[in-house]
Design a protein around this ligand. Structure first.
Ligand SMILES: Nc1ncnc2c1ncn2[C@@H]1O[C@H](COP(=O)(O)OP(=O)(O)OP(=O)(O)O)[C@@H](O)[C@H]1O
Ligand SMILES: [Mg+2]
Length: 232
């Protein structure tokens, strides 16, 4: 589904070069939920930004469904809108919009009619258990509810890949478990691939397998084979 080959990325800070990814390769199958682990500064967010087409200043190649990701801004933005979904630590909902409007937003960007936007966003909010909160603005929702809105927003346009950067880091452990379970269930039902950067061992243990980064390189000892299969 997505393959990344020999990804290298460094940042330039004045005259100093900061290496972030040295030479990282891997592959993720359709419908897999993969945890991206590693200590702070090991390159997790950098890799997510590359695979999520938020950063095109890298060396190496990323293939989505066998086709190289574009590096020019306009085709990259187009592909990002249609094929990718994002979930962030701090939810990143649009504060002046209702839950329904937040979830409909990716559909609007993809040119879906108003009527369909309403229908599909409502359906998605039902799937995350928020059918009674359609008109609530983010500041009138709990952290867990906001993250469920963000999950609905990430999935509403049926992307091939959802990228989540520390999606449970702002949540208490009980709420984090609920959020992970929703991600697992919907990823499975919709055959959507999830790549989830996390410090949370419980989150990682609920994923199908783990990729571990250490100082910008894959740590082959820690990167695991399937831990749990969807059937379990
Ligand atoms: N915009 C930037 N400019 C300069 N250096 C950066 C930038 N972003 C990241 N880095 C550096 O790149 C390296 C990898 O950072 P990255 O944010 O990918 O780590 P991470 O694994 O996501 O860490 P964390 O767990 O703390 O989120 C670090 O050394 C970091 O300081
Ligand atoms: Mg990070």
């Amino acid at each position: 589904m997505i393959a990344f080959n020999h990804i290298q990325r460094h940042y330039q800070l004045g005259r100093q070069t900061v290496p972030a990814l040295a030479d990282v390769s891997g592959e993720i199958e359709a419908g897999e939920m993969v945890a991206l682990c590693g200590p702070s500064g090991s390159g997790k967010s950098t890799l997510l930004n590359v695979l999520g087409l938020l950063d095109t200043q890298y060396q190496g190649e990323v293939l989505l469904h066998g086709k190289p990701l574009p590096k020019r801004a306009k085709p990259a933005a187009q592909l990002r809108r249609s094929q990718l979904g994002f979930i962030f630590q701090r939810f990143n909902l649009i504060p002046v919009m209702s839950a329904l409007e937040n979830v409909a937003y990716p559909l609007m960007l993809n040119g879906v009619s108003k009527k369909e936007q309403h229908l599909q966003a409502t359906q998605m909010l039902r799937l995350v258990g928020l059918e009674d909160y359609l008109e609530h603005r983010p500041d009138h929702l709990s952290g867990g509810q906001q993250q469920r809105v963000a999950i609905a927003r990430a999935l509403v346009h049926k992307p091939s890949l959802v990228i989540a950067d520390e999606p449970t880091a702002s949540l208490d452990s009980k709420t984090a478990n609920i959020v992970v379970d929703i991600m697992r269930r919907l990823g499975h039902e919709m055959n959507t691939t999830f790549l989830v950067a996390t410090h949370d061992p419980r989150m990682a243990s609920r994923c199908d397998r783990t990729i571990e980064l250490l100082d910008g390189e894959l740590n082959p000892i820690q990167s695991s084979e399937k831990v749990i299969s969807w059937a379990s």
